[in-house]
Design a protein around this ligand. Structure first.
Ligand code: SAH
Length: 684
């Protein structure tokens, strides 16, 4: 059987439906899953085990049999904990078939076949009764259905259903309760992920300011949460405006309501400033007393001794619909609204007593300006990066003449506006969405920049009013790119429009290069590393399954990660491995490089990081990867607005001393010009 998978083709920029082996999807899901990360989360596992033991004891003390329902059992871990803690029987429910199959094997291997029944169903399909999936309702409800936003994976409707149909009244629940915390902050850095700041352009005839349309200024943005490793955000990048307050909590041992609702708290700002962002995280109490607590609180809230790195649960950044000035000591109301799966926030000044709770129902934010649909958070940050903009300004200044005819190929780019500010007086052309017309109108450029809604290969001379292009520009940036080299689509587009270029046309960037470095991750290695045993349970079946899925394709693939969130140190010098000359068209043949990099520092070689650098003009480059190696230990600083490609080695080489270091890692990297993909192989 075959299945179809949607993917952007990096040579055409278009979405394509590719025929794949029917197992492709599930192998992808397993290979990229968070199961390994969860199993490595010692703090989580230990606390679940403590909470489960305590719940089983409480039930036994009441003289009852302990019947456990484990919803979303995954590897079966929590059920095995319950069985070891003395539970009489466990129903382990798992909707994802490959996982349910793995759970059966793992349960058997660990000797719990008689105590645990794996049910491959969604919990809402589970039946209770003599002929049902469960003989009777359970009196202990165990789940781990939470995401960074707590409720995004559907925990609330699942609990609501389970209390109605699958568990007894007065059951024990592990976790017993979850609490969501918030803190109000001002942060230019985080706000720059949500609003486009005015761009200052120093032109020959004075400074010009590019502004965004007013509907963009007032737009509440999109409701989706921004989840990040907040612990990587230095305290100098935000100002705390309020104490940490409890926003709401959910008691999982009682019937849960998933219907939309809102919660309101009063805050007394500890500092005056601009309220822009609500930072949020949650904790779970594994027992009713709250003695066994697992928290996602960031570094400035919890003691670092309690620190556990994890990627399956992070922290949330919510953007307020508008920035609101607040004064120290002058109370404000913060409202959290939620539906079944997501949360959003609104801030209001405390006016008077007449303000009642019903009056503050807020609709889920809907982007009205379209920019939030076109640009994701890192893209906003990138466009607001003045330093980066400056590189484009410098290079455009070098190449533009007053009579230049420009064509810009990039998604949602400000380059045409920059080009106009910098003196290109001819009408310029722009392969883009009509959305941008608003932007040009806000800057009185609607008759200076023409939007051509055509794909590069369909560009005709009439689109260009019979003019030839003298300057072809791109950032390059395309929303469909997953891995850094997918932005090489610019090269393919450049090739497609060749017949429209003048013989001496300038292409900016003129070239790109692919760079590579061997690294040791502080923590990210965990997400792809085998677990072996977890709290004494043999979960190797899971490791094998992940390994098998990773090997499903004959060559392993690199994966995108925003490395500013994942500290690592360099073990080799960065090395340029391939170059792409945009002044020429894409060649017919593949581009490949073989070589070796020397290991310079002791450490564990977890993998290689790859990134692109764009050479705009001689001596002017934009780097999407390594910004610098900040100290002699090799700690790396990465471009905060881009994802880099990470290729995890299948076995880690570890060296305690420099003398036992293998001197080098050899690599073979191949850019297939037919597919636009890069295949790589490393030997240690
Ligand atoms: N309990 C495991 C795995 C947790 S991951 C552990 O703690 O290590 C959550 C799992 O729940 C996923 O495998 C997902 O497929 C499954 N799941 C989520 N909602 C479910 C539902 N309502 N019914 C059955 N399985 C569900």
């Amino acid at each position: 059987m075959k299945t179809f998978c949607g993917r952007a083709n990096p040579t055409t920029g278009a979405m394509e439906w590719l025929e794949e082996d029917e197992n492709y999807d599930y192998h992808q899901e397993i290979a990229r899953s968070r199961y390994a990360d969860m199993l490595h989360d010692k703090d989580r596992n230990v606390k679940y085990y403590q909470g489960i033991r305590a719940a089983v004891s409480r039930v036994k003390e009441r003289g009852e049999k302990a019947i456990v329902l484990d919803i979303g059992t995954g590897t079966g871990l929590l059920s095995m904990m319950a069985a070891s803690a003395g539970a009489d029987f466990c129903y382990a429910v798992e909707v994802f078939k490959p996982m349910a199959n793995a759970a059966v094997k793992i349960v058997e291997k660990n000797g719990f076949r008689d105590k645990i029944k794996v049910i491959n169903k969604h919990s809402t399909e589970v039946t209770v009764g003599p002929d049902g999936d469960m003989q009777c309702r359970a009196n202990i409800l165990v789940t781990e259905l939470f995401d960074t936003e707590l409720i995004g994976e559907g925990a609330l409707p699942t609990y609501e259903h389970a209390h109605k149909y699958l568990v007894q009244e007065g059951c024990e629940a592990v976790p017993h309760r979850a609490t969501v915390y918030v803190q109000l902050v001002e942060s230019k850095r985080m706000w720059s992920w949500n609003k486009l700041f005015p761009v200052h352009v120093e032109a020959e005839d004075g400074e010009k300011i590019i502004v965004s349309p007013s509907e963009m200024e007032d737009c509440p943005g999109v409701p989706s949460v921004c989840d990040i490793q907040l612990n990587q955000m230095p305290s100098s990048d935000f100002t705390i405006l309020s104490d940490v307050v409890t926003m709401f909590s959910v008691d999982f041992s009682k019937p849960v309501r998933s219907a939309s609702t809102s919660y309101r708290v009063q805050l007394e700002p500890v500092k005056s400033g601009k309220a822009q962002i609500v930072l949020s995280w949650w904790d779970i109490d594994m027992d009713p007393s709250g003695m066994i607590n697992c928290t996602m609180a960031p570094y400035w809230v919890k003691s670092t001794s309690a620190f556990q790195w994890r990627d399956h649960w992070m922290q949330c950044v919510y953007f307020l619909p508008n920035e609101e000035p607040v004064l120290q000591g002058e109370k404000v109301y913060l409202t959290a609204c939620r539906d079944e799966y997501s949360v959003w926030y609104k801030l209001q000044k405390a006016r008077g007593k007449e303000e009642n709770k019903a009056a503050v129902r807020v609709e889920s934010p809907v982007c009205r300006c379209q920019a939030h649909l076109l640009w994701n958070r890192p893209r906003f940050g990138q466009l607001n990066d003045q330093n980066r903009t400056h590189q484009y300004i410098k290079s455009l200044t070098k190449v533009l003449q007053t009579d230049s005819v420009c064509l810009c190929i990039s998604d949602g780019s400000l380059l045409p506006v920059l080009a106009h500010c910098l003196g290109a007086k001819q009408v310029q052309y722009f392969l883009m969405l009509l959305f941008f017309l608003k932007f040009f109108k806000a800057n009185n450029l609607e008759d200076k920049i023409k939007i051509i809604e055509a794909r590069p290969e369909l560009l005709t001379s009439s689109h260009l009013e019979d003019k030839k292009i003298s300057v072809l520009v791109g950032e390059p940036f395309f929303t469909t790119s997953l891995l850094p080299w997918h932005n090489l689509y610019f090269w393919y587009a450049r090739t497609a429009v060749t017949s429209h270029l003048t013989s001496s046309a300038t292409v900016l960037p003129q070239s790109a290069s692919l760079h590579m470095m061997i690294v040791e991750f502080q923590d990210l290695w965990r997400i792809r590393s085998p677990c072996g045993t977890c709290e004494g349970f043999d979960v190797q079946t899971m490791d094998d399954m992940i390994k098998n899925s990773l090997n499903f394709r004959e060559s392993k693939e690199a994966e995108p990660h925003p490395l500013w969130e994942y500290p690592c140190k360099s073990l080799s010098d960065p090395q340029e491995v391939l170059t792409f000359d945009f002044r020429k068209t894409v060649p017919e043949y593949s581009l490949s490089a073989e070589g070796s990099v020397n290991l310079l520092r002791k450490g564990r070689s977890h993998g290689a990081v790859l990134w692109m650098e764009y050479h705009l003009a001689a001596d002017i480059s934009v780097n999407t990867g390594l910004m610098q190696i900040s100290n002699e230990k090799g700690n790396c600083e990465w471009n905060p607005h881009c994802k880099q490609a990470v290729y995890f080695f299948s076995s880690v080489i570890e060296s305690e001393t420099l003398s036992d270091l293998p001197s080098a890692v050899t690599y073979a990297i191949n850019f297939n010009t037919k597919t636009g993909e890069i295949a790589m192989d490393f030997k240690l």
